[in-house]
Design a protein around this ligand. Sequence first.
Ligand code: BGC
Length: 440
Amino acid sequence: MKGYVVLISVVAALGGLLFGFDTAVISGTINFIQPYFGLSEVGLGWTVSSLLFGCIAGVFLAGKAGDQYGRKKVLMLAAFLFFLSAVGSASAHSLVFFVISRTLGGIAVGVASILSPMYIAELAPAKYRGTLVSLNQLAIVVGILVAFFSNYLLVDTGANNWRWMLLVMAAPAVLLFFSLFLVPESPRWLVARSRNDEALQVLIKTSGKEFAQTELKDIKETLKNHEESTFRDLLAPKVKPLLFIGIILAIFQQITGINTIMYYAPKIFANIGQSNNSALMQTILIGGTNLVFTLVAMVLIDRFGRKLLIVVGSTGMMVMLAGLSFLYFTNQTSGILVLLFILGYIAFFAASLGPALWVVAAELFHNRLRSKGMSIAIVSLWMACTVVTIVFPIMLQKLSGGITFLIFALICLANLVYVLKFVPETKGKTLEELEKEFAK
Ligand code: BGC
């Protein structure tokens, strides 16, 4: 039983791996695509952001199509789009073709960012749901790391090096597509489509015979008397507060600065005068730390709960950022301390807000509204991500590192207060139990 659920989660998490890879791979290609397509700095910015714009479209697509055609089929579509994007961007000879291909990849990232964690949450037994959904975050992190490594290995392959870097993604895309044939559809979605017998079969395999009947009954209960849902239903009085929590937590996950560190790490290190090669080493250190501490979160999240993890994590992130800010203010940015604070920050993020956001976002909403609710929360994440990516270099230049990191530290503090006050604990309960609790 456990093995089967793990298999399902691993397959779904391949969506997370592609998400991580696709968002990170571009950083290694920038120096080559810029001269190839003759891009100005602004043009490069837009070309790189094309993925993020695709993401936003993909998230909405997932919200609607995930309900209509099922989680599995739409994930298959995402796998296909990842493949097209890899082949398309790798073979592009014109900028338009390149941007279209990257945008298709963005759509796939958007879809996977919703459906992979949601699908795992809908199939996982309550007891392990936090750990299993966090597997998706682990896969995102692995995807980022694989992208950094493969870019590094391919950099000396000649003028077409950037094409090879982008093409690598075709392999996991094919793997995701075919491995989806091995896993079942989400039982919660099946019940919503009145396919109760099939749902029962899946539940027997994931939760055991005894528990399956009760679970089916509970799922049916939450779905009875409900028509087809619309985005407007998210504004119902009992749902709106949950929607806000999802949105605000998603925005916090980004504006506490994770991607400024993840993607600008080589730049930050270059700014403080390290050679290119050690900048690469530091990037790998960052990826490694991210990976190890995501594993820590997987062990802790169902034991201590999502909330405690976020509270401790945000506090740690705040302290690390304040330290970083201090180093900038006092002009001590060339030593080992910078690296330690950055790694500490990543460790706290990875052990808390990184995975916990995805877990909570997949748990907040009703069976009937999950894909739509989650899509609105995650679209806010992608928008916040876009804004931070654009604004951070400007902040660094105009405000100095000291003030920039101090602002991020204060945002961590705000996140901490918000979570303590508003975010409910969701560990250990079935999605239906949570639904009943939130309806009170
Ligand atoms: C975030 C990404 C981030 C990644 C890094 C994810 O949870 O949503 O924006 O790049 O974690 O580990």
